[in-house]
Design a protein. Structure first.
Length: 303
């Protein structure tokens, strides 16, 4: 007797394709975050919006939009046991990542920051393995060590043999984002992921709104800085998550999440025409090596 596999359902195939394109759209939005953050904050020589204002202000804008969204979809209030995890997630993705990234990209260019932050997917996997007490293979830990070594080596090369403070801020930002992603993922087991990020932003409003007011710019800034601020508020902090999480749900987490490894390259490509930065062969080589290690690490066995 011959058994043949039934062809995939056309509806299911269409949903997977739609999910993949939504995932690509989410990655494109997130890839612009680093160049737009530098555009909003400027450089040490030509400062624009204060990094603290960019971090707190973008979360405040996204938080107000989240209030409207949660009210429109009549989302249930978080349970008491969820509040600590929501607060921890907020510390990572609403406060830590944007603030540390903003401080860093005032001192190093967006291309530099894109390479260092390229280990974010692998760092998230490492924290998930530690927090969830999973048994990872030696290959997984070897990739994690290689990824960190590549990033530190790249930072030292760009710093003429020494690490600079901005590299420490970038690595700390990666840790903050990874911790926030892991905490948010655990919360997403009980409610839609989009609602999780919205509640995280709403919970942060009592802090982000006053902080944004206190850190607002006191001197005129370029119109381009406000464009960068508007982008990171609307797309990096809010709309991007809608596209990304919807893409994961429709296309499958395993399939769609793989496109995230392209994010560092996209960030660098955007930074060249937007900010006039230079992309040299050695930087591309480091970025390709980081991408390869992240790609390989995601395929290692974790029990």
């Amino acid at each position: 007797m011959t058994i043949t596999a039934s062809p995939p359902s056309p509806a299911r195939t269409a949903a997977q394709v739609q999910g993949l394109w939504l995932g690509v759209a989410g990655v494109l939005m997130f890839a612009l975050s680093i160049p737009m953050t530098r555009l909003a904050g400027g450089t040490v020589d030509a400062p624009q919006l204060p990094p603290a204002f960019v971090a707190f202000g973008r979360a405040a804008v996204a938080g107000v939009l989240s209030v409207l969204y949660l009210a429109a979809c009549r989302a249930p209030w978080p349970q008491r046991r969820e509040w600590p995890a929501l607060a921890f997630t907020a510390c990572g993705v609403v406060l830590g990542w944007p603030l540390l990234l903003g401080l860093a990209v005032r001192r190093v260019d967006a291309v530099h920051a894109s390479v260092v932050s390229g280990v974010l997917p692998l760092a998230t996997a490492v924290l998930a393995a530690l927090v969830l007490r999973q048994r990872a293979s030696w290959g997984f830990w070897a990739c994690a060590g290689a990824g960190l070594g590549l990033v530190v080596g790249f930072a030292a090369w760009r710093g003429a043999g020494a690490l600079v403070a901005a590299d420490g801020w970038l690595l700390a930002a990666v840790v903050c984002a990874s911790a926030g992603y892991v905490s948010g993922a655990r919360l997403s087991a009980g409610r839609p992921a989009v609602q999780v990020i919205c509640w995280v932003l709403v919970l942060s409003l009592p802090l982000t709104v006053p902080a944004a007011v206190l850190t607002r710019p006191t001197a005129p800034v370029a119109a381009s800085a406000w464009v960068g601020f508007a982008y990171v508020s609307l797309f990096s902090m809010w709309i991007g998550f809608f596209a990304w999480y919807r893409g994961l749900a429709l296309g499958g987490t395993l399939r769609v999440s793989q496109v995230q490894v392209l994010q560092p390259f996209l960030s660098m490509l955007f930074a060249v025409p937007m900010l006039g930065e230079r992309l040299d062969a050695m930087t591309l080589a480091f970025a390709a090596a980081v991408l390869a290690v992240v790609w390989l690490g995601q395929r290692q066995r974790v029990h």
